[in-house]
Design a protein around this ligand. Sequence first.
Ligand code: APR
Ligand code: ZN
Length: 248
Amino acid sequence: MKKELSLLCGWMRTSSNVVVFTGAGMSTESGLPDFRSANGMWKNVDPRELASIRALNTNTREFYNFYKMRIEALEKAEPHDGHFILANWENKNRVKHIITQNVDGFHQKAGSKSVSELHGSLRISRCQDCGREYSAKKILERDFPRCEACSGKLRPGVVLFGESLPLDALEIADTESSNSELFIVIGSSLEVSPANYFPVKAKNSGARLAIINLDDTNMDDYADVVIRGKTKEVLQELDHMISVRPSF
Ligand code: APR
Ligand code: ZN
């Protein structure tokens, strides 16, 4: 891993436009499960049965139980050192933007400012009928939470399966991917589209592609470097290497 880390460290030093792309593997070390690895949330569950508009309407109790469990877990979790390192790199102009599939808001909570959330946020909820916005905690208040204004069903502020992604986040992610010189994927299986289009877009626009992930991904052969390691450890190691002046 040392060789790959020093390669990536060198590219970070010489690139003036670094974009980071994160997935659920960025937050597992904060105690939030991911979706597709060994004990991921989708292991024994078809997400369309739980995380879709159809589930909200036809599987309502399970839908709310699933999201109440995730909102309560989020209340007890915090960003880890890896999130703070990325925020610090933004501060030092080492990272220009973070595109995240995560809905935990940990990048912003750790201090990152330029973040596009492709799959929305689990920190807010919204009325399915009139769109009125509430805190996610509103969903915890009742078995079947309703909108105060129109009594419509409340749903978490995340993109549900079958819904389109927020246009503003897509546009920002597209621009940042096209302009990046170095595109670093951290903790994603890269299985889900259209999110998994951005590493390809970056590479096709001339960027180097780095993947930091515990398991293999189907884009590993396409990457310029693959680092098989744990997010927090790899980011701490990279941060150390970058802060030590090269001795020549
Ligand atoms: N360090 C490094 N990699 C890790 C770690 C860790 N501590 N923990 C997990 N991983 C890796 C796993 O090996 C896995 O390949 O992170 C990856 C997470 O992949 P997924 O569970 O598929 O999560 P993600 O890629 O973010 O899924 C995308 O799918 O269901 C939707 O909306 C959901 O945003 C999510 C999207
Ligand atoms: Zn309403």
